[in-house]
Ligand binder design. Sequence first.
Ligand SMILES: *Cc1c(COP(=O)(O)O)cnc(C)c1O
Length: 385
Amino acid sequence: MKQIYLDHNATTPLRKEVLDAMMPYLTEEYGNASSMHTKGQNARKAVEASREIIGNALGTEPVDIIFTSGGTESDNFAIKGVCMANIDKGRHIITSMVEHSAVLDTCKFAEEELGFEVTYLPVDKYGVVDMQALKDSIRKDTVLISIMFANNEIGTIQPIKEIGGIAKKNGIYFHTDAVQALGKEDVDVEGLGIDLCSFSAHKLNGPKGVGAIYIRKGVKIMPFQAGGHQERKKRAGTLNVPGIVGFGKAVEIAKRDVKNNNKHLEKLTKRLWDGLNKQLKELYLNGHPDNRLSNTLNISFRYVEGESLLLNFDLKGIFASTGSACTSGSLEPSHVLIAMGVPPEVSQGSIRFSFGYENTIEEVDYCLAEIPPIVNKLREMSPLC
Ligand SMILES: *Cc1c(COP(=O)(O)O)cnc(C)c1O
């Protein structure tokens, strides 16, 4: 059976060229990058080459890039690290209602364990954070604004430059989770006024378990992992050399291909959306109509449940994701769609299709042949109609 992978916002396949670049560091070049001898120094050189590629791609100096185990760690580090290092200034953070759980749950930790207050900003019907609400929520004791670059569920891109400007004007640190944006959008950290930025390799065809955080020079942050002196004492632990090398290669390729990829991805998502609308009624696009990641298409299929759709797609070899998470047997709608004001009867039938560079027109056409009959069958059986 065909296998069509349309869940790239969850993770992406490792590119062959990336694996090839990693192979020597998984085999003969196994040195510890902190060792003084030649084997250690070979590993060190590879790590620094990778840092150089990533720093250049972000429009900043490589020295401000710290390698981590991924997006979750970078989000934890940014928020907990800034909170703990700036408690003397205040105990208030601003974030949004549509963040990834790595940010939302870390903010909750700051509330419950560090005594912080958190403002969760509302969004409009497209998932864009309300800039007036942001300005209104700023207080004297605000130490951090954390708002994601691009949303993983709906693809909506936030007004990052504007937020960076507001943060700077008020002397507040600005962190953004750019895990979904790297390789798809221009993440120019200095130009956009970003102080801290989270990244993950496996969302852009790199290996799992490696990521990075950009920390602008001068930002007060407390390292929360004790141990060795790696990464300028900001992140203790032996460096994941093969992972870091793969991450660098993935960023290099993504930067080289980004224009063509985005054109290709736009063509695929548009073809799927237009094609489904020709055959089915009552479909809703979740997310911004234009200002959205070109690979992400989140659709609500009215009168059906997302879980039933997913299972039936899976039987046809179509791998997507639901917008709602099934929590302890009850169908909990996605926090992102709730924040956008999508009514529960619409959000419960939402599916996220997220494409990658290796997807083809033929695969979209296979989906256009297989999906409408599934939706029609489920709608006929549905008590919701
Ligand atoms: C995937 C993802 C993360 C988590 O990254 P990991 O490397 O898997 O820990 C964080 N934020 C966003 C927006 C993501 O899509």
